[in-house]
Design a protein around this ligand. Structure first.
Ligand code: HEC
Ligand code: HEC
Length: 193
């Protein structure tokens, strides 16, 4: 997405978020309609840098909105949006999106050597002790299997360089990995079911 388009969307969304609400259910629908502009209708994001949030785990969605608002996780796009949300909005939006079906993007499996590199990193770090057998996560641990390839790469790089500072443990873990490892992990997870 180009920057001018993103800022235009933000201006429009800012005014929508500020609109008075009629009731809680309407309020959630109204706020969720804004998210669709980027996270997509039917849960398929409008571009590869935007994560899937449909069917993501409820506790995790809430934590990310909170951290984006607090600035522990920095994003020029999501930061200003999260800043407009109150705690109850975040709780409601997390429940709303978690209840939706996860969209299957059917991203292709990477070549054999990339799979091998990813599997070495995965076994060494026992990633699935937290992200679970099908990479589905649970509660405040995110689902990462089938997530957008480009987003996965960017967010792991952001953990590593500290831009995404809301989980020191993931940062410490990914610091030990090269760019090639992160690229391999992103390609592997994007294709994982
Ligand atoms: C203008 C586009 C845009 C809009 C509108 C938008 N988002 Fe986002 N969202 C993004 C981008 C881009 C990211 C990735 C941020 C990053 O990591 O740099 C993101 C990340 C997220 C994440 C973190 C997901 C993860 O896997 O860590 C959540 C949760 C989220 N958005 C929820 C929402 C909700 C709820 C709304 C509506 C209130 C919303 N977003 C509106 C673009 C948008
Ligand atoms: C000790 C448990 C644990 C282990 C082991 C672990 N993770 Fe995580 N991971 C988490 C938690 C918790 C989060 C969410 C952090 C936050 O609050 O933002 C996370 C976040 C992520 C994200 C960001 C997802 C998103 O939607 O933005 C990716 C990608 C990821 N982990 C991949 C991995 C990989 C690959 C490994 C192994 C190399 C791994 N994790 C090992 C617990 C773990």
């Amino acid at each position: 997405m180009t920057l001018p388009r993103a800022s235009l969307i933000l201006v429009v969304l800012g005014s929508m978020l500020a609109a008075p609400a009629t009731g809680r259910a309407d309020d959630v629908e109204q706020k969720a309609a804004i998210c669709v502009a980027c996270h997509g209708d039917k849960g398929v994001p409008i571009n590869p840098n935007i994560p899937i949030i449909w069917g993501q785990n409820e506790g995790y969605i809430y934590l990310e909105l909170r951290d984006l608002k607090l600035g522990n996780r920095k994003s020029d796009v999501m930061g200003p949006i999260a800043a407009t949300l109150e705690k109850q909005d975040m709780i409601d939006l997390a429940a709303y999106f978690a209840a939706k079906p996860w969209p299957e993007l059917e991203q292709p499996s990477p070549p054999r050597d990339v799979v091998k590199r990813a599997e070495q990193a995965i076994n060494a770090a026992v990633c699935q002790s937290c992200h679970l057998d099908h990479w589905q996560g649970n509660s405040t641990t995110p689902r990462v299997g089938g997530q957008q390839h480009e987003y996965l790469r960017a967010t792991m790089a952001a953990f590593r360089d500290g831009t995404r500072a809301n989980n020191p443990w993931m940062t410490a873990l990914l610091k030990t990995y090269s760019d090639q490892d992160i690229d391999a992990l992103a390609a592997y997870l994007a294709a994982a079911q």
